[in-house]
Design a protein around this ligand. Structure first.
Ligand code: FMN
Length: 217
């Protein structure tokens, strides 16, 4: 039986760079190769600010990224997000982001990544990375990024386990004794806790364990 989890991910890397054969070209090749090794179908396309992006409808995941020149994320990618129909076709898409630059990561997180994210506030961001030119050949760095994308993508299919959760009568009584708005919060938090811990049957003990867990559900 084929499940959603076996479904082949179709990913497109939309990128920009002023150079040919530079860091960004090498980076997208490395990302593409590692993604293909997970079984994904991958394409890449260089951005143009005025292009038609309707073709991205065919893809499940859109990976957007570019280098930084003089404090600004490369202009054709930003231009596409502002001027073209890219943002419209990105609606409801899973996206992943990368920025390649020479600045320290903290500076890049504060100054450069927001230049992309400000256009993607309604998107589900599967993963994001600042990647320095010297990290491009580091299979572990690229591998972690790709793994995070793949994992988050597969999770997006997981049926919300809340519906499948069974509650013991005691646990239901406890939940019902709470004010409704609080009970809803507890129930939602519990389904996350249960999913993360492989629990399918909620008892008062599980409720206690969730409450005293480090994440404090
Ligand atoms: C003209 C120029 C300006 C740059 N300006 C910045 C910058 O303001 N901040 C930064 O972190 N990196 C900066 N860099 C570093 C590039 O972002 C980095 O080397 C990137 O990987 C280049 O990608 P490319 O080889 O595809 O062009 C600059 C590089 C160049 C060549």
């Amino acid at each position: 039986m084929t499940t959603d989890n076996d479904r082949q991910m179709k990913a497109i890397i939309l990128y920009d760079s002023r150079s040919t054969g530079g860091s960004t070209d090498r980076l997208i090749d490395a990302i593409g190769q590692q993604l293909a090794e997970t079984g994904a179908y991958v394409e890449k396309a260089k951005c143009k600010a005025t292009a038609d992006y309707s073709f991205i409808s065919d893809f499940d995941v859109v990976i957007l990224g570019a280098p930084v020149y003089y404090l600004v994320v490369s202009s054709q990618l930003i231009g596409a997000l502002i001027q073209s129909n890219l943002k419209r076709y990105l609606k409801n898409k899973n996206v992943a982001l990368f920025v390649t630059c020479g600045s320290p990561e903290s500076m890049a997180q504060a100054l450069y990544m927001p230049q992309l994210k400000i256009h993607l506030i309604r998107n589900r961001i599967l993963a994001e990375r600042i990647i320095a030119p010297h990290q491009i050949a580091d299979e572990e760095v690229i591998g972690e990024f790709v793994e995070e994308i793949d994992e988050a993508y597969r999770k997006s299919f997981k049926p919300r386990s809340r519906k499948q959760l069974q509650w013991s009568p005691d646990a239901v009584d406890l939940l019902n004794s709470l004010p409704p708005f609080f009970a809803n919060k507890v129930s939602a938090a519990l389904s996350i806790y249960a999913e993360e811990n492989g629990i399918t049957y909620i008892t008062p003990e599980v409720l206690n364990a969730a409450r005293s867990s480090p994440k404090g559900y």
